[in-house]
Design a protein around this ligand. Structure first.
Ligand code: GMT
Length: 375
C-alpha cells in the first residue's frame, strides 16, 4: 500500500511510534510517505520505500499564529495526488486528525477517496484535547476518522469517557522492534557512568510537568542513601533546570548525570539497572517498554496505561502517583539483591518481547484493510 503518515517529528513517544511503524511498514514492502514539518528524529535513512515531505508554513506578519493546519492539509492533498497515496494515518489527534479530515474532504471534491486512520496517543486526549477550547474539534475529528486506534485499553476508556464518541476504538499498543536489540551491545560501557559497585538508575522523558521530575530526583535521593548508585537523566524540557537545582539542594549533584536528548537510548539503557517513571498520567509509557526490552526493571506509578506495561512484582513495581516513599522502598527491594535484580530484568525482557513489532504490525495492517474496505 501507499501510506501517508502524519506525526510530530520530535523525541515524544507519538513521533517515535509513528516513525518506527513507518520504517517497519516500509520493510514489509509498503511505500511510506512521512508528511510533517521536520524529518522525524528516528528517521535516519530514507530509501525507495520511505519518503519525507516537509510542510512549510510561510511566515506572514498579519498572523499572530501561523496556520500550520492549513499548510498541512494542502501539503497532504498535493502529496496524496502526486504519489497516488491510498491511505492516510495520522498520529495525535491535535491538529493532525482535523487537518487530515480537511484534506480528505478536499480530495473528495475531486473524486478521490482516501481512508483516514487516527491513532490517539494520550496527551491529545487526557491533557490537551479535553480542554473546552479544543474538545468540539477533537470530538469531531475522531468521529470523522474511518478507523480510530488508541495505544492502551486505558486510553480507549478515557477517550470514551471524555468525549462523545460515535466511533469504535481499536486498541493497538505501543511496540518495540526486538531485531534492533537481538545483537545487543556486548560492551555496555557501564564504566562511563558509574563505578563497579554502583547501581545505575535511569529516567528518560521530555521533562514536562506530567512526568513529575521532582519525584524522580526524590526517589533517587532515597535510593542512594541505602545503595551506592548513579542517576542518569536523559532528555530536555521545561522541568530540567529545577531538577538540576533540586539535585544540588540534596547534595547529590555528583551522582546525577544530565545527558540531554540522545539518539543512543539503547546504549544508555544497556548499562541501566532500574528505570523510574513516576508520571502523573501516561497513556502507555513507551519509555518503560524500551527500558524493559533492554533488561531494565521498572519502578512506576500505577496510572493510566502503565499497568498494561509494567507488571507488579514481575517486571518491577507500581505505586500511587506521588507516593515517593513507596517507590523508594520498591527500588531498594529490587536493587539490593543481585539475584532478584537479575530475575526482574529477565522478566521485564520476556514481557517486553510480547510487544514486539512482529505482533503489532499485523494489527495495524488489519485496521488499514478495514479502513480501505470502507472506501
Ligand atoms: O509522554 C510524552 O510526553 C510524549 C507523548 C506524545 O504524545 O508523544 O507520549 C504519549 O504517547 C506515547 C506513545 O503512544 C505513550 O507511550 C506515552 O505514554 C504518552 N504520554 C502520555 O500519556 C503522558
Amino acid at each position: 500500500m501507499k501510506i501517508a503518515i502524519v506525526c510530530y517529528p520530535t523525541f515524544g513517544g507519538s513521533g517515535v511510534v509513528a516513525t518506527e511503524l513507518g520504517i517497519a511498514l516500509a520493510d514489509r514492502g509498503h511505500e511510506v510517505h512521512f508528511v510533517t514539518y521536520k524529518q522525524p528524529v528516528r528517521l535516519e535513512l530514507l530509501n525507495n520505500n520511505i519518503h519525507f515531505h516537509e510542510v512549510h508554513v510561510p511566515e506572514y506578519p498579519l498572523f499572530h499564529y501561523q496556520p500550520y493546519e492549513l499548510a498541512l492539509s494542502s501539503k497532504l492533498v498535493d502529496t496524496i495526488k502526486l504519489h497516488g497515496i491510498e491511505l492516510l494515518h495520522v498520529h495525535y489527534a491535535i491538529p493532525h486528525a482535523y487537518a487530515g479530515y480537511m484534506a480528505k474532504k478536499m480530495l473528495q471534491e475531486e473524486g478521490i477517496f482516501i481512508p483516514m486512520i487516527t491513532t490517539l496517543h494520550g496527551t491529545d486526549i487526557t491533557l490537551v484535547g479535553k480542554h473546552p477550547f479544543y474538545r468540539s474539534a477533537v470530538t469531531f475529528s475522531i468521529n470523522k476518522s474511518d478507523v480510530v486506534t488508541a495505544v492502551s485499553e486505558d486510553l480507549r476508556k478515557s477517550t470514551l469517557e471524555l468525549f462523545d464518541i460515535t466511533q469504535e476504538i481499536d486498541v493497538i499498543p505501543n511496540f518495540i522492534d526486538q531485531r534492533k536489540y537481538r545483537e545487543g551491545f556486548t560492551d555496555c560501557q557501564r564504566s562511563l557512568m558509574a563505578a563497579d559497585h554502583e547501581r545505575i538508575v535511569t529516567h528518560i522523558s521530555n521533562f514536562r510537568k506530567v512526568k513529575r521530575i521532582p519525584d524522580v530526583i526524590s526517589i533517587f535521593n532515597g535510593i542512594q542513601k541505602k545503595i551506592p548508585a548513579k542517576l542518569v537523566m536523559v532528555g530536555e524540557g521545561p522541568e530540567k533546570a529545577a531538577a538540576e537545582k533540586q539535585a544540588k539542594e540534596y547534595g547529590i549533584e555528583d551522582k546525577v548525570i544530565f545527558l540531554g536528548n540522545s539518539n543512543e537510548i539503547d546504549r544508555i539503557l544497556c548499562f541501566s539497572d532500574l528505570f523510574l517513571l513516576p508520571s502523573e498520567t501516561e497513556s502507555f509509557g513507551l519509555a518503560a517498554l524500551e527500558a524493559m526490552i533492554n533488561k531494565v526493571a521498572v519502578i512506576s506509578t500505577n496510572t493510566g496505561g502503565i499497568p498494561e506495561v509494567n507488571v507488579q512484582g514481575e517486571t518491577g513495581y507500581l505505586s500511587d502517583v506521588g507516593d515517593v516513599n513507596s517507590m523508594i522502598a520498591h527500588s531498594i527491594r529490587v536493587l539490593q539483591d543481585p539475584e532478584k535484580l537479575e530475575s526482574y530484568k529477565n522478566k521485564a525482557y520476556t514481557w517486553a518481547m510480547t510487544f514486539d513489532i512482529q505482533h503489532i504490525l499485523p494489527l495495524y495492517e488489519s485496521v488499514y484493510e478495514k479502513a480501505y474496505a470502507q472506501r
